[in-house]
Write a protein that binds this ligand. Structure first.
Ligand code: ATP
Ligand code: MG
Length: 886
């Protein structure tokens, strides 16, 4: 079976078991402060599991794009070195929300693997949770009993808390799990090892690996660590697609399957190097050098997928958060390609066409954005390769220094600096050092690394206490229709972040929009006769609006009126609507390749990032502005459709964004020709925007432009400011009618006057040089020119050089000059004064400058110093002559 057929068979099987087949959520998570990337299939069901979203349909299945490179699941360092961990992989999953439980999940998993896919049951082992006496949780006998229906006792293995007890986080849903492991060793390997598959489960053997984890969520962990029963039992399973494909295609490495082979073939073609598959390696044991090449090819093939899918999902490499994680993955690939595949120029971007050819059908977002993906990767590669070269230069200098000092060890602080500024991981630094006969102090490096980790941890630490539940149920958002609404607090909790304390409230009914889709959250108050509480912000978490307050009401169970600050809300709404019109106009003016890549909408500004490959010209900007303002004047009313099935919305012509998570039912917002999927708050008609003006257009990354714009009242302010400034400028020029002409004339006059003055200055310097040389004293055969005179520093330097040109031997010239009460000391000598008299102008100027309270330096024959005390100038000049000891 091909990979694509296997993916389909999974969906078909669970469809036949009454599961709704649902799409993968985006790999990049945009609206969850606790998680940057999807790292398991269950992420997108978090709100159902936490009980804040309707669980229907209760049986679901999908294949989910996952990325495990940060936080709790970080496999990055394994990737490439082993053959079964990836950064990005697909996780096949099936879920039951309060429907079947352990028995159903176990039976279905077994039926699929053994009856449908025909995996050999003798090679399958399962694990069950052994129990935890200190937590008072018994062994999962229930799961063991159901497994016993399918496998002999010696294929059931007890597992500890680390492997067999799953937790969503420090708090929240958790429960025991059962993993299915496959012994995929060849008969020869089995015979040679003398160990049973059972003995190798969870022992990091590359041929005895876990493929499927069945999680049985039945507890909820509270902030004090104790467990309570979960309201609804949940089945959450995850099977690594690439590992399954490998088992079914009879391979012994994920990279030998049709998921990766086309990319690896392309790598071999570009580099001219060979990759050895598992079979080839077995017949023909490979050298250390060849193993490095193998690892590097795996790293690049893997990272290419992770980076390309992230960019397609709208996450570009950058300096912070999720963008930084992507940048690090990309850089890791560049390093391996650079070091082991001899790729001194960008390499990864050349593999994009192969990836798109292989996966573009299953993931159309790749195909649609191939040009952007290629461009972004290439730019990142080029810029990192430049950094890499700088880092290597720095390392070479450091090694040169060590050699000069007769040392052989690079200190760890320096190695860490290379890591921190140039992205050099320790192994690369060690490799280069080793090649040159040096070692690296690893211990020191680790200390520095630890320090940095602690700094990061302290900065990010957030402490949440348990939710205090006042009422059960799902929150109703009424903010599309109301800005005031009666409500009760359903639950609240205390949050501590960087020593700041605040509370989060969840209301039963709320008109408050929680920050989402680039639009900032509402502020306002909740109030009743007894008190008024400020809502300082509203966030969105697990599909609900969470209101942020500094202090709790005295009586949290009372009824309140929730009132949104409508001035701010209306301004944000107008900006959001303007963003839609801008998006539309950009597509009209620049072309259909314009794709939204980010947006920020607040009461006072809007920002819109989009794909476009060159600067937007001033004419194009004007055209876009005119188009948007036309639509504003047409005062088009909002045409809003809520709860439209996704496919129907697409038929309406609504624009969906890549990398955005949409439910089965979506909201469509139309203003005339602009039609988008959008959950945000909008103006009731375009006329409310008032006016639209682009403030700036710039580049944010390769292939991505950013427009900032203002609307309505903000534009009015802008107009007043501009008008005031213009008035002030006109006043300078006696309110001249032809202001531009007058200013141009002034500039021309200024330029010619400047030239004239420079000419005078040059003549003056010439004259002064002549006079000073004529007045020169002779001290023991040395011509001493000295003077204190008013002159600016540039002219003083000029003067010194003119004097040197006039006297080519035995010259000591000391000039004390001052301009604007700032003293300057200049020393100029002929070369023989340095070579024969052993004088050094730099040293002399430093010493003498003390008298003008200043400092400076320079070359042996010419040096200058500035200072603060002009009164000391003539003493300083004398001092220089004294120091010369003529
Ligand atoms: P392992 O111990 O092999 O790292 P895990 O315990 O981290 O696996 P789970 O979190 O239970 O795995 O994920 C469910 C399934 O997803 C695993 O059984 C495996 O098939 C697959 N999987 C997990 N991590 C990766 C990865 N980095 N690359 C590819 N597949 C993976
Ligand atoms: Mg793991």
């Amino acid at each position: 079976m091909t990979a694509n057929e296997i993916r389909d068979s999974y969906k078909k099987f669970f469809e036949s078991k009454q599961h709704a087949i649902v799409p993968s959520a985006p790999m990049v998570i945009k609206d969850d402060p606790t998680l940057m990337f999807t790292n398991a299939g269950m992420n997108q069901w978090k709100d159902i599991i936490l009980g804040t979203r309707d669980p229907e349909p209760r049986r679901r299945a999908d294949t989910q794009k996952c990325l495990r490179v940060s936080g709790k699941h970080n496999d990055l360092e394994e990737v490439g070195h082993d053959t079964y961990h990836h950064t990005m992989f697909e996780m096949l999953g099936n879920w039951s929300f309060g429907d079947y439980f352990k028995e159903g999940a176990i039976d279905m998993a077994w039926e699929y693997l053994v009856d449908v896919l025909k995996l050999n049951p003798e090679d399958l082992y399962v694990t069950v949770f052994e129990g935890s006496p200190e937590e008072n949780i018994p062994r999962d006998d229930e799961a063991a009993k159901y497994w016993a229906k399918h496998v002999p006792e010696d294929h059931i293995i007890n597992g500890n808390k680390h492997d067999n007890f799953w937790e969503m986080g420090d708090t929240g849903p958790c429960g025991p799990c059962s993993e299915i492991h496959v012994d995929s060793r060849t008969p020869e390997q089995k015979a040679a090892s003398g160990k049973s598959g059972r003995e190798l489960v969870n022992q990091d053997d590359p041929q005895v690996i876990e493929i499927w984890n069945l999680v049985f969520m039945q507890f909820n962990r509270k902030a004090d660590g104790s467990l309570e029963k979960l309201g609804m039992n949940v089945i959450d399973t995850g099977m690594g697609f690439e590992r399954l494909v490998r088992m079914l295609q009879g391979k012994h490495s994920n990279y030998d399957t049709d998921v990766f082979q086309p990319i690896i073939k392309a790598e071999q073609q570009i580099t001219g190097l060979k990759y050895y598959t598992f079979e080839e390696e077995t017949v023909n044991p490979i050298s250390k050098e060849q193993d490095d090449i193998n690892v590097a090819m795996r790293v690049c093939a893997d990272h290419l997928r992770a980076v390309s899918f992230s960019i397609a999902d709208g996450q570009l490499p950058s300096n912070a958060k999720a963008g930084y994680v992507i940048r690090r993955i990309l850089r890791r690939a560049v390093r391996y390609a650079y070091t082991f595949l001899g790729q001194k120029d960008g390499f990864l971007h050349k593999l994009v066409p192969t990836l798109v050819a292989e996966m573009g059908d299953a993931f159309p977002e790749l195909k649609a954005q191939q040009q952007l993906i290629t461009k972004v990767i290439k730019e990142e590669e080029d810029s990192f390769l430049r950094t890499l070269e700088k880092g290597i230069g720095m390392l070479n200098d450091a090694m040169g220094q060590l050699k000069a000092e007769g040392k052989t060890e690079l200190d760890g602080v320096q190695a860490f600096r290379l890591f921190d500024t140039y992205g050099f991981p320790l192994d690369l630094t060690e490799l280069i050092c080793r090649e040159n006969g040096f070692t690296v102090n690893e211990e020191q490096f680790n200390v520095e690394m630890q320090k940095q980790k602690e700094r990061a941890r302290n900065a990010a630490a957030v402490e949440n206490s348990d939710w205090v539940e006042l009422a059960q149920g799902e929150q109703q958002f009424v903010g599309y229709d109301y800005t005031e609404y009666e409500c009760h607090i359903m639950r609240y909790r205390k949050v501590t972040q960087k020593k700041n304390e605040f509370y989060e409230l969840v209301l039963d009914y709320t008109p408050f929009y929680g920050e989402m889709g680039g639009q900032v959250g509402d502020c306002g108050v909740i109030c009743n006769e007894a008190e008024t509480i400020d809502i300082i912000d509203t966030k969105r978490e697990n599909g609900q609006s969470v209101h942020i307050v500094k202090a709790l009401p005295k009586d949290p169970s009372a009824q309140f009126m929730a009132c949104v600050d409508t001035d701010k809300r209306n301004a944000s709404a107008a900006n959001h609507t303007a963003t839609h019109l801008l998006d539309y106009a950009l597509k009209q003016v620049l072309g259909d390749h314009v794709e939204q890549k980010g947006s920020f909408v607040s009461p006072d500004t809007l920002r819109f990032d989009f794909s476009h490959f060159e600067k937007v010209t001033d004419e194009q900007i004007r055209e876009v502005e005119r188009m948007v303002n036309d639509m504003i004047r047409q005062d088009i009313h909002i045409d809003e459709h809520r709860d439209v099935p996704f496919d129907e919305a697409k038929k309406l012509g609504a624009i969906a964004l890549f990398g955005e998570k949409y439910g089965d039912k979506v909201r469509v917002v139309r203003f005339g020709p602009s039609c988008e999927f959008c959950g945000g708050i909008h103006a009731s008609s375009t006329g409310r925007i008032g006016f639209f003006k682009i403030i700036s257009e710039s580049s944010v990354a390769a292939g991505i432009r950013r427009i900032e714009a203002k609307t309505g009242k903000e534009c009015e302010e802008l107009l007043y400011q501009t008008e005031d400034m213009l008035k002030a400028v006109k006043a300078f020029f006696n309110n001249a009618k032809d202001l531009q002409g007058v200013i141009k004339k002034y500039i021309d006059e200024h330029d010619s006057m400047k030239k004239e003055i420079e000419g005078f200055q040059a003549q003056a310097v010439e004259r002064a040089a002549k006079q000073l040389v004529e007045k020169a004293r002779d001290i023991n055969g040395v011509k001493v020119v000295s003077a204190v005179l008013p002159m600016n520093p540039a002219a003083a330097k000029d003067l010194a050089f003119k004097i040197r040109a006039a006297v080519d031997k035995s010259l000591l010239c000391v000039l004390g000059t001052h301009a604007d009460n700032k003293p300057q000391l200049s020393i100029m000598m002929s070369d023989d004064m340095v070579s024969d008299h052993g004088l050094n102008a730099g040293q002399m100027v430093r010493e003498a400058a003390k008298l003008i309270k200043g400092g400076g330096g320079g070359q042996p024959h010419f040096a200058q110093a500035g200072g603060k005390n002009a009164d000391g100038l003539s003493a300083a000049v004398d001092k220089v002559i004294e120091l010369a000891k003529l």
